[in-house]
Write a protein that binds this ligand. Structure first.
Ligand SMILES: Nc1ncnc2c1ncn2[C@@H]1O[C@H](COP(=O)(O)OP(=O)(O)OP(=O)(O)O)[C@@H](O)[C@H]1O
Ligand SMILES: [Mg+2]
Length: 503
């Protein structure tokens, strides 16, 4: 095999944790190599050791046969190892061209030559079939486009290894296809590409070989054609998923009194006015492509983006939901999609992060007794299988998926009457998915009402009593009871937009 990168015996210790225990990873030229494992298995840590973001505590890395020890990501990039993280690590308010040229602007007489920088940037993007205005700020474009810009930048700086850490987490199906087209082309040019993802379908669609980690150790790998899905899941979990899922049952549909009712509710430019009723004990799924207005609808309901039309009733009482505080007071909760910006307080511990919303609702002058806190926190650590050595561990030091579980626990333990979950299983590994769905169903059986946004249509179809489909910021279909199926949701999403009739 023509190895471009050979990492042997990589070890990384954190206080109280062996994050990596003598891990090997060998990348061949011109391959897509999937790096897999449960939340906290050590994937991101391994990447950070390879890219110089962390100093390793043991092991060797050979790049083209020569030992390397990058001391920073810039260092790694110069050697030929580029990385694109899930949260695009570029500067959102700089222009696309500035982002691409950052740190190596063409200079003339000591001044940045804007015109030639823009020309060069446009040329770089043409390679990726991306024809956008490079003088506009990066955040004027979708996450998918930003990601391609990030890849273009990484590849232009590093031409040996490209690492993609959960790059598809917030892309829709068409965007994933586009990204994969680019990945295949780069592979054919001889790059070794590391692909980290929890979406197994995608792993099988794009990868040539795979490496599986569990608890910071290598537990298997090989050509994807030799590792079937069941074997892969067994490697990742160390036990049978079929066994773990055997307790699954279908719920009785919620047909209690309305828990939350919205009439003609909307906000211009964010979401078209809609009517929505969620009954006590009911799970309503919200489906649609990225950008269809799902998150916007949730944010308007929760008062993050105050509504400018319509009325709301929660538990039979008319409410003005003009701020999150008002929504929380009305007995609502909202677990957002973007945990990095909307939820995690990285340097607070697991216990404090979990208690945050509940404590805020009670008011800070009435602290929840410590023993009560410990009981609630321990309960949710167990139920959601949060992997943390102790409850005071700063959440920023947990793996991405475990951070997600902490935020979820924060809202679940408030026990709100009406809870909105935006992509509750994103970034969560295959074993914990089942756990989270079981917790969701259990809560509804106890009378909580849920509005769940998810791109995992199979899951949505499994637990939803009703599914609302959105497109272009409006509700376009509603499926109930026996009509709810993955196929029906897909058809509704894909159906041709209806002709708008004049009012
Ligand atoms: N900065 C840090 N300080 C202390 N411990 C850390 C730090 N970063 C990671 N860890 C620990 O190292 C282990 C591996 O975490 P890592 O982030 O590599 O997991 P992962 O495989 O990327 O998981 P996920 O799928 O959830 O992203 C975890 O137990 C985590 O708590
Ligand atoms: Mg990770």
């Amino acid at each position: 095999m023509d190895a471009v990168l050979e990492a042997r015996g990589i070890t990384k210790l954190f206080p109280g944790t062996v994050a990596l225990d003598a891990v090997d990873l060998v990348l061949a030229r011109g391959e897509v190599h999937a790096l897999l494992g449960e939340n906290g298995a050590g994937k991101s840590t391994l990447i950070k050791c390879l890219t110089g973001a962390y100093a390793r505590d043991g092991g060797t890395v050979l790049l083209d046969g020569r030992p390397v020890a990058p001391r920073s990501t810039a260092d790694a990039q110069a050697l030929g190892i580029g990385t694109v993280y899930q949260e695009v690590n570029l500067l959102a308010n700089l222009t696309v061209a500035e982002n691409l040229m950052l740190g190596r602007e063409p200079r003339r007489l000591g001044l940045t030559n804007r015109r030639s920088a823009c020309r060069e940037a446009a040329r770089m993007l043409a390679d990726y079939d991306l024809d956008i205005d490079v003088t506009r700020p990066l955040d004027a474009y979708s996450v998918a486009v930003q990601q391609i810009v990030a890849i273009a930048r990484a590849v232009s700086l590093s031409d040996k290894v490209l690492i993609l850490d959960e790059p598809t987490a917030s892309l829709d199906a068409a965007e994933v296809e586009r990204l994969f087209g680019i990945v295949r082309r780069l592979r054919d040019r001889g790059l070794a590409i590391v692909f980290i993802s929890h979406f197994l379908d995608q792993v099988y669609a794009i990868s040539d070989r795979l490496t599986v980690l569990r608890n910071g150790r290598n537990v298997g790998g090989g050509p994807v054609t030799e590792v079937d899905r069941l074997a892969l899941i067994n490697m990742m979990l160390g036990h049978d998923l079929a066994q773990a899922e055997s307790g699954h049952r279908t719920r009785a549909p919620g047909n209690g009194p309305p828990a939350a009712q919205f009439h003609d509710f909307g906000r211009r430019g964010r979401v078209e006015p809609f009517d929505l009723t969620v009954r006590k004990g009911e799970i309503v799924g919200l489906a649609g492509l990225l950008g269809s207005g799902r998150t916007e609808m949730a944010e308007v309901i929760f008062g993050i983006d105050g509504h400018d039309s319509g009325t709301a009733e929660v538990s039979g009482t008319a409410r003005r939901l003009d701020s999150p505080r008002a929504a929380i007071r009305a007995g609502m909760g909202f677990c957002p999609e973007d945990r990095k910006t909307d939820g995690i307080v990285a340097d607070l511990g697991v216990r404090e992060n979990m208690m945050l919303a509940l404590q805020a609702r009670r008011g800070w002058t009435r602290p929840v007794a410590r023993r009560e806190q410990d009981r609630m926190v321990a309960d949710y650590i167990r139920r959601l299988d949060v992997r943390t050595p102790h409850v005071e561990k700063p959440v920023g030091e947990l793996s991405g998926g475990n951070q997600q579980k902490v935020i979820l626990a924060r809202w679940l333990l408030m026990n709100p009457g009406f809870l909105i979950l935006d992509e509750p299983t994103r970034g969560i590994d295959v074993g914990a998915h089942a756990e989270i769905i079981r917790v969701i169903e259990e809560l509804c059986d106890r009378g909580m009402s849920l509005l769940v946004i998810s791109s995992e249509l199979d899951e949505l179809a499994t637990y939803s009593d009703r599914v609302i489909v959105m497109r272009d910021r409006r509700q376009v279909a509603e499926l109930a009871g026996a009509e709810v199926s993955t196929g029906a949701i897909v058809s509704a999403i894909a159906a041709a937009p209806q002709q708008r009739t004049a009012p």
